[in-house]
Design a protein. Structure first.
Length: 270
């Protein structure tokens, strides 16, 4: 199975490992991430202005390219996924935005939200299947107690993102079980870490991050995993410094036996 793939800016700079571990793991699991040509930054934040079109066009380009290839579009970064999924919903359901975007872009065929947008975790859950993933594991992470950190962007707004139950998600916990580890359920796993205010409101962001990491550690977690580069940075910088935070793809690659291969790839591209 081949998917169109939108990596986003951060996976080309500070989060190269998130990308490399995912690509290496995908090969083992039997699917390919085909990077979209000439993709552009999605902006990282979904624009809330109802008359804002320009900042949505890069997402529409990516979505339309996947449509032209007849492929679903896969993302990894929580922020990119959030923006692209919401823009796709606009193109499906908001006539004014759809009309203005298509008038501007002058595509051969107007885009109207036809592309299915999937997060890499959804591919694991819904296309590969966690039972199949479990069968592919060669290095089960037995004995490790891992807390899932969802953050805000994967889950909300719930009806548009349609990723998991925004109040009681389970996909990352199911992923943790599939790689042989023990998930730790703690109260702040789907609360904001303060990532977007970490520069302007440092004290508030620090308090929010510490609530997350202290909660996880208090419930027995030995580490946290996340899909969000901004969350990973913020939790490491402002959270409980004794609780390690990793990308979920790193543990996936470790369980599948391709972590070292991916690590060398990252080092070679530095």
């Amino acid at each position: 199975m081949k998917y169109s793939y939108y990596p986003g800016c951060t996976l080309r700079t500070k989060a190269k490992d998130l990308d490399a571990y995912a690509r290496a793991s995908a090969k083992v699991l039997g699917f390919e991430l085909e990077e979209i040509e000439n993709w552009q930054c999605c902006g990282g934040v979904y624009p809330l202005g109802t008359d804002e079109i320009a900042t949505k066009l890069s997402s529409v380009r990516a979505l339309n390219e996947a449509k032209e290839k007849g492929q679903d579009l896969v993302t990894l970064c929580s922020a990119c996924h959030h923006v692209i999924k919401r823009v796709n919903d606009d193109m499906k359901n908001v006539e004014d935005i759809r009309t203005r975007a298509n008038n501007y872009m002058q595509l051969e065929e107007p885009y109207a939200g036809e592309t299915t947008v999937l997060h890499f975790l959804e591919v694991l859950r819904d296309r590969v299947g966690f039972d199949t993933l479990k069968e592919k594991v060669v290095n089960p992470l037995k004995g490790k107690k891992i807390g899932a950190y969802y953050g805000c962007l994967l889950l909300r707004p719930g009806k548009i993102m349609a990723f998991d139950n925004p109040e009681n998600p389970s996909v990352i916990e199911d992923f943790i079980r599939a790689i042989g580890a023990e998930p730790v359920i703690y109260p702040y796993r789907n609360e904001c870490c303060g990532g977007y205010i970490s520069l302007k409101e440092k004290e508030m962001a620090e308090n929010m991050s510490k609530k997350v990491t202290d909660s996880a550690k208090g419930f027995g977690a030995e580490m946290l995993i996340t899909a969000c580069p901004l969350c990973l940075y913020n939790l490491k910088k402002n959270g409980n410094q004794t609780l390690p935070v990793y990308y979920f793809t790193e543990l996936l690659a470790e369980a599948l036996g391709v972590k070292e291969e991916a690590k060398w790839e990252v080092a070679g591209n530095e």
